[in-house]
Design a protein around this ligand. Structure first.
Ligand code: GLN
Length: 487
């Protein structure tokens, strides 16, 4: 069998039994990247030399019986997560030449565990987008159909996992950027509870929403990565001192006693009939496995998209103010004053979508409009959170529904219509606004393209969410299907 096709847990078993070495596994993944990435473009930077070095170090640890579940396992890291000495562009011309002097806390921890960095994955610029078409460099293509997008903004991470160009990947999720590309590619993607994973070294988009999450080939792998990255980090004051359970202990095959809430409002206009059909039959499957399904109401659902885009753009406008062309990023040597240097650097360094968000966010925060837009969005955010709290208080364990209203769309299809693109984020946004853990898993195919089922839980109930996902996965085979180029 080709080693690049292994999951984390399969590769770990073979490494532990000394049937393969990390070097063999890593070389196999690097060859796959060489062979396929020109047609997919999942990576902005490949780190082959570093990977070989990491693999050799891992093999020494394995020989000394000093190994954990991720030792010697290749990983892709989204290009907005800082990697010491390795370019971290955030998909932007603004940071094209930025080489971080430090590792993000998650990267540091994964390196301590012995994971092997194979590359930095492509993304929408500053994580703003749902298709990876807003990368300043090139779009990533969906391995299921290269005329279609892989989703975004962690599209490179999702495509690399689907394409077997890595064993697992990290992404970031502000309004769906781990789950939506996972859904559109047919892999597993988890956004943890806000505060579960350190954001130190994650280049900020919207600080009250951003979380780093895992993209993996199956649910077990996702639990293993979460075991490694879920902990309190003194360098991120929003990370929480909550004990990290062993998430694999939640992986059981039946769902007896689990109450699944399904918002009636989710199945409305705009939802593709093929997606609806797969998601409804996935929910029936949960019932077959012992879960009780209850219809719940989500009265503020219609305000989700507006609330998210106002909040995230406002925070982004503040976060991106630091790119002034002087301290960081692009520098305009032809400028004759500081003001001109700033305006030239920002004019040249940011792409259209980023500029659109900065303008929208600055407007929403400006005096005279703050109350009408930003403040109201915060009030509605509370109401949205209360809608979900109410369901959990009434005994619902998880909320289930589609990850996206549509399957992977064509390259160029939505890129000139921002509103159309934003509306496709409807289902992923609630978990960010309410800070809840939420996973997307493959639940079927429509027109030959994957459909994602989303499962959201109470704060810090990553275990429950992964448990429900695992039961579904073990009783279906959608996670095993791969496009021919991945094989
Ligand atoms: N697609 C959403 C946006 O454009 C979410 C992005 C994200 O989660 N980083 O903002």
């Amino acid at each position: 069998m080709s080693l690049y096709r292994l999951t984390v847990h399969e590769a770990h078993d073979l490494l532990r039994r000394r049937e393969i070495s990390s070097l063999e596994l890593t070389e196999s993944v690097l060859r796959k990247i060489e062979e396929c990435d020109q047609g997919i473009r999942a990576y902005i930077t490949s780190t082959a030399d570093i990977a070989l070095d990491h693999a050799k170090q891992a093999d020494e640890r394995i020989a000394a019986n000093d190994m954990g579940p991720l030792t010697g396992i290749p990983m892709a890291v989204k290009d907005n997560i800082c990697t010491k000495g390795v370019p971290t562009t955030c998909g932007s011309r603004m940071l094209e030449n930025f080489i971080p002097p430090y590792d993000a806390t998650v990267v540091e921890r994964l390196r301590e565990e012995g994971a092997v960095l194979v590359g930095k994955s492509n993304m929408d610029e500053f994580a703003m987008g749902s298709s990876t078409e807003h990368s300043a460099f090139f779009p990533t293509l969906n391995p299921w159909d290269t005329s279609r997008v892989p989703g975004g903004s962690s599209g490179g991470s999702a495509a690399s996992v689907l394409g077997n160009e890595t064993i697992f990947a990290l992404g970031s999720d502000t309004g769906g950027s781990v789950r939506q590309p996972a859904g559109l590619c047919g892999v597993v993607g988890l956004k943890p509870t806000y505060g579960r994973v350190s954001r130190y070294g994650l280049i900020a988009f919207a600080s009250s929403l951003d979380q780093i999450g895992a993209l993996t080939k199956d649910v077990t792998d996702c639990a293993l990565v979460m075991n490694a990255i879920g902990f309190r980090d003194p360098l991120d004051s929003t990370s929480v001192d909550e004990p990290t359970p062993d998430y694999t202990s939640y992986l059981k095959e039946d769902l007896g006693g689990i109450v699944v809430g399904v918002p009636a409002e989710y199945f409305a206009e705009g939802l593709d009939p093929g997606v609806e059909k797969r998601v409804r039959s996935a929910i029936e499957k949960l019932v077959e496995l012992g879960a009780e399904v209850r219809e719940i109401s989500f009265p503020h659902e219609r305000y989700l998209v507006a609330t998210y885009f106002l909040t995230s753009s406002a925070e982004a406008s503040a976060n991106l103010a630091r790119y002034d062309g002087l301290k960081y990023g692009l520098f305009a040597p032809d400028a004759r004053s500081i003001l001109e240097a700033q305006s030239k650097a920002r004019g040249r360094g940011f792409g259209t979508e980023v500029k659109r968000r900065i303008m929208l966010g600055t407007y929403a925060l400006s005096s005279g409009y703050y109350d009408a837009y930003y403040l109201n969005a915060q009030k509605v955010r509370t109401l949205i959170k209360e809608d979900l709290d109410r369901a959990f208080r009434a005994g619902v364990d998880v909320v289930a529904g589609p990850t996206s209203p549509v399957v992977a769309f064509g390259i160029g299809e939505k890129v000139d219509d921002p509103l159309e693109m934003y509306l496709a984020d409807l289902y992923t946004i609630p978990a960010n606004l309410a800070g809840l853990p939420c996973v997307s898993i493959p639940c079927g195919f429509s027109d030959g393209l994957p459909v994602g089922l989303q499962i959201m839980g109470r704060p810090f109930a990553e275990g429950t969410v992964l448990g429900v996902a695992y039961a579904f996965e073990q009783n279906t085979d959608f996670h095993l299907r791969r496009p021919p180029t991945s094989l």
